[in-house]
Ligand binder design. Structure first.
Ligand code: MTE
Ligand code: MO
Length: 393
């Protein structure tokens, strides 16, 4: 499989605009806050907080997702951010606790970019909901996107602060407040220290991103600073990042200690004993169809397991509900921790059938025929099924 870095990614990385404090100052007025006009094309599953996903046929038009088509998943209101007062701190098991403004961060550390896919752990939850009702945003196949993220490497900031040899995790905390019943807490999480070191010249382990697709982050995507953790579920890419803490344990934040775990009964013991979800699993979806005299060309994305070096090895499409399969053609653009586009032309004999899609990655992981149910509805990755009728229109 070719691993060429896309020409498009190169262009976007080269046009890394200077960060300017005037670029975006965000107010928190929230229920009434109108949707950002730049994000008007999304289908909003909830508006307070803002949770929107793109139309699937738009999603597979560009391998680098244009910012207006990139999903938004927020648990609370966008925080009030006064750009020229915003600071991010690093503390905990470090020699020198430090605080940086965004211009200081960008002046002090080498700039770094990564093109990678971010995907929500709740992707395709509506398919779980069809099996059994559950709480949570009823996402379809859209909370996923591939963007060029630019900023500085977390590893450089950790080196500057001097990390203790006993440190094992890095905690992140956003400036937003999430309200749950009577409780209110910031959104946060953590990554193992080893992930921050899983890097090479081209690829940061964890990026502290100020820019998305060459522009300062939009408010909805975490302006002025967020983490980007290639290969990990979106929840680990903390928006409005204001606190970094180095520790010997994972963060106690609700979003890593209690939720974003694969649990089945949800008892306190089960929750405590279950490890947090970090990497996303192999997945795929059929996103668009073009019917020419009964020959239907379908197109979609496939995402390899978020493991370094892993890529999509095949995508199969079935025109008859899983009885027979054809291999899809692969799109040309590929990249580490990136999705892969595919297409196939099918002759559908029976309009009452379902067209199915399954992807297999280079580690041999493949999508199961039906989704293993879990209490919170995370990581649905069973064969994607679309009624043939819908494709024949
Ligand atoms: N501070 C903060 N960071 C956050 C969240 C949030 O609610 N607050 N949501 C997380 C989740 S669950 C996902 S999937 C991604 C979504 O990023 P996006 O809205 O830029 O697409 O952000 C993550 N980072
Ligand atoms: Mo998410």
């Amino acid at each position: 499989m070719s691993r060429s870095v896309s020409a498009l990614a190169g262009t976007a990385a080269a046009s890394f605009l200077p960060w300017s404090v005037a670029s975006r100052t965000v107010a928190a007025a929230w229920d009434e806050a109108p949707v950002d006009p730049a994000k008007a094309d999304l289908i909003y599953r909830t508006r307070a907080p803002r949770n929107g996903e793109p139309r699937l046929k738009e999603l597979v038009k560009d391998w680098i997702t244009p910012t207006p088509q990139f999903y938004i998943r927020s648990h609370g209101a966008n925080p009030t951010v006064v750009a020229d007062q915003f600071k991010v701190s690093i503390a905990g098991m470090v020699d020198k606790p430090m605080t940086f403004s965004i211009p200081e961060l960008l002046e002090r550390f080498p700039k770094s970019s990564v093109t990678c896919t971010v995907s929500c752990a709740g992707i395709r939850r509506y398919e779980f909901i069809k099996i059994k009702q559950m709480k949570g945003v009823p996402w379809q196949e859209g909370p996923i996107g591939n963007a060029v993220w630019s900023g500085v490497r977390l590893s450089d900031v950790l080196t500057a602060a001097g990390v203790s040899s006993d440190a094992k995790h890095v905690w992140f905390e956003g400036a937003d407040t999430v309200v749950d019943g009577n409780a209110a807490f910031p959104f946060g999480g953590s990554v193992p220290m080893s992930k921050t070191r899983e890097e090479d010249e081209k690829l940061p382990g964890v990026l502290l991103a100020t820019h998305m697709n060459g522009q300062p982050l939009l408010a909805d995507h975490g302006f002025p600073l967020r983490t980007i953790v290639p290969g990990y579920i979106g929840a680990r890419s903390v928006k409005w990042l204001q606190k970094i803490v180095v520790s010997d344990k994972p963060s106690p934040n609700h979003f890593i200690a209690d939720v974003y775990k694969m649990v089945y009964s949800g008892t306190p013991v089960e929750i405590d004993e279950t490890a947090p979800i970090y990497r996303y699993p192999v997945n795929a979806a059929l996103c668009s169809a073009d019917n020419k005299d009964g020959k239907v060309t379908v197109k979609g994305y496939a995402l390899p397991t978020g493991q370094k070096g892993c890529s999509i090895s095949k995508v199969e499409v079935s025109p008859d509900g899983g009885k027979s399969w054809v291999n899809a053609a692969m799109g040309e653009q590929t990249g580490e921790f990136c999705w892969q586009f595919w297409s196939a032309t099918l002759t559908i004999m029976n309009p009452e059938t379902e067209v199915c899609v399954r992807a297999t990655d280079s580690l041999g992981n493949t999508m199961p025929e039906s989704g293993p149910w879990n209490l919170k509805g995370y990581l649905y990755n069973a064969w994607h099924r679309v009624p043939a009728k819908q494709l024949l229109n």
